[in-house]
Design a protein around this ligand. Structure first.
Ligand code: GLC
Length: 564
């Protein structure tokens, strides 16, 4: 039976530490979310996804979990969690958890045991390896492979206690779990069942396509490609979409999801290809409902990570077009511009100036939400929140920004200016500044000192102002969500990309039966004449004037419905 209610759904991602602080400690919490459930219900979203709220040393803001079956005290406890879950359900919203099981925290009991001795029963729950042959353990270059970690530095940490290294694709405090070991998998599945039994409605699965690693016959991992000027190699060939990934996901499905209804599972899968995504999301294969692909958020990234590449709209359209076509007959897309790892879309692909911020935020939302797939809104996106004006590295808190900055300066000879230019544009803290609820000091996020500074533009850009203004980005997102709920062509219509070679307009149709929707977005601050027939009922227009002579105004978005 296909239970694909989520094709009609819109998901809202909450980054709890930056959403709403109820107790004045400067850190968002679950009680703060409870206090804003009515706001989310007004927006009309169907599902809430919570970034991790489990006990954690917070080395990577909770993506380093030290206990999978409890709540981080900074955020609350299981009682408030149950209240939050019930409150969401009472308003017709589902709630999914972030599942971070490629790695745990090094402060998890499992790792404490694993690290304690070579013959501990949990030794093999993580990736322990000796130093490279013939090298002195703990010296530079003696790591078992040459891989770099995502947050800078090598992907291996030497542990003196037993004289071996453990693998950490992310921070040193995020040791990778060894999914080859069936006990690890069973422990994860049991934990997942525990949350589902508690009433949660599914999981967003953190870097789930990294859980299977390529292992040599002797148990070794192999070196990766080292590019010129880089301090460490890219080992991703050995851990993205590894040989047992499909097997593990199918096993998880059997052990955890089979026989349960109404769930949503979405895998975060950096580097996934359309072909792999078809396999992951084919309902007959029982893996996950959808995956997050990354091609469209890597489109402005060149071979040199410290060079900003301007957006080329034709590339962006080619990417979306490929994904729409690839998953047209099988599987399903997820759709997103933003999350807690990406800069703010309006600053990146739109124009966050006073003149065009609102129009371009609405245009981006329209283009995305009218694609085929399940849209994800990241907190503040519905307000058109922008990137933060970071002065220097001292304004950043993100372990990725700080780690990459150090590696680029200390080991790769980069200048602070070139690195900061990219971090200001791309850094993850852009998404993590506190939610802007109102124009008061700290934007109504906290009465204390926020853990990360509030964007000074909160006096103008905030939820209270947006709710009161019928022309706001907020009310526009409400309309987009409502359209998905009421117009079957948005959910099930075929997708056809138009004007693929146009660098300024993004245009496509969605067709279902006798209904066709024509969607056009202008990605520039200039009027552009569309080489298209603009006929039908104009059901959405983000500007006061309808196009005349097929001229699409700066950052305009229009949707026409017509019979075909
Ligand atoms: C995912 C998360 C990111 C985190 C990383 C390690 O990419 O979205 O925030 O740093 O995994 O868990």
């Amino acid at each position: 039976m296909t239970d694909s209610w989520w094709k009609k759904a819109v998901v809202y991602q909450i980054y709890p530490r930056s959403f709403a602080d109820s107790d004045g400690d400067g850190m968002g919490d679950l009680r703060g979310i409870v206090g804003h459930l009515d706001y989310l219900a007004e927006l009309g979203v169907d599902v809430l996804w919570l970034s991790p709220i489990y006990p954690s040393p917070q080395d990577d803001n909770g993506y380093d979990i030290s206990d999978y079956q409890n709540i981080e005290p900074l955020f609350g406890d299981l009682e408030v969690f149950d209240e939050l879950l019930a409150g969401a359900h009472a308003r017709g919203m589902k709630l999914i958890m972030d599942l971070v099981v490629n790695h745990s925290s090094d402060e998890h009991q499992w790792f404490a045991e694993s690290r304690s001795s070579k013959d501990n029963p949990k030794r093999d729950w993580y990736w322990w390896r000796p130093a490279r042959d013939g090298m002195e353990p703990g010296t530079p270059g003696a790591e078992p492979t040459n891989w770099g970690s995502v947050f800078g530095g090598p992907a291996w940490k030497y542990d003196e206690k037993t004289g071996e290294y453990y693998l950490h694709l992310f921070s040193t405090k995020q040791p990778d779990l060894n999914w080859e070991n069936p006990e690890v998998r069973q422990a994860v599945y049991a934990m997942m069942r525990w949350w589902l039994d508690r009433g949660v409605d599914g999981f967003r699965m953190d870097v789930i396509n990294m859980i299977s690693k390529v292992i040599g016959e002797d148990g070794s991992l192999r070196d990766g490609r080292l590019s010129a000027g880089a301090a460490y190699a890219d080992g991703s060939d050995s851990f993205i979409g590894g040989p047992r990934l499909h097997e593990f996901l199918q096993e998880m499905h059997r052990e955890v999801f089979a026989g349960r209804e109404g769930l949503l599972t979405v895998g975060e899968t950096p580097g996934v290809t359309v072909e792999q995504a078809r396999l992951h999301t084919d309902p007959e294969r029982h893996e996950v409902d959808m995956v997050f692909q990354f091609d469209h958020v890597w489109v402005d990234r060149g071979p040199d990570p410290w060079l900003l590449m301007p957006l080329q709209l034709t590339n962006l359209k080619a990417i979306f077009g490929r994904w729409q076509a690839g998953l047209a007959d099988l599987g399903w897309n997820s759709l997103y511009w933003n999350n807690h790892d990406q800069p703010r879309a309006v600053s990146r692909y739109g124009d966050d100036s006073k003149q065009y911020r609102v129009a371009s935020a609405k245009m981006l939302g329209t283009v995305l939400h009218l694609h085929r797939g399940t849209p994800y809104i990241y907190q503040g996106e519905e307000l058109g929140m922008t990137n933060y004006p970071f002065a220097g590295i001292e304004d950043f808190r993100d372990i990725e920004a700080l780690g990459q900055y150090r590696q680029a300066l200390d080991m790769e000879g980069r200048s602070p200016d070139e690195v900061l230019t990219v971090l200001r544009a791309r850094g993850r803290d852009n998404a993590r500044t506190p939610m802007q609820w109102d124009g008061s000091p700290h934007a109504g996020f906290t009465t204390g000192t926020p853990w990360l500074a509030v964007n000074p533009n909160h006096t103008e850009i905030n939820a209270a102002a947006a709710q009161a203004d019928a022309d706001s980005v907020f009310h526009w997102y409400r309309k987009l969500i409502e359209l998905r709920h009421t117009e079957p062509a948005v959910v099930d219509g075929d997708f056809t990309m138009l004007l693929p070679n146009d660098e300024r307009l993004y245009a496509f149709t969605r067709r279902l039966g006798g209904t066709e929707l024509l969607v056009i977005g202008n990605f520039t601050g200039e009027p552009v004449v569309a080489d298209l027939d603009l006929d039908g009922d104009l059901i959405l227009n983000n500007l006061p004037e309808a196009p005349v002579d097929a001229t699409i105004a700066p950052w305009q978005a229009v949707v026409y419905r017509r019979s075909v």
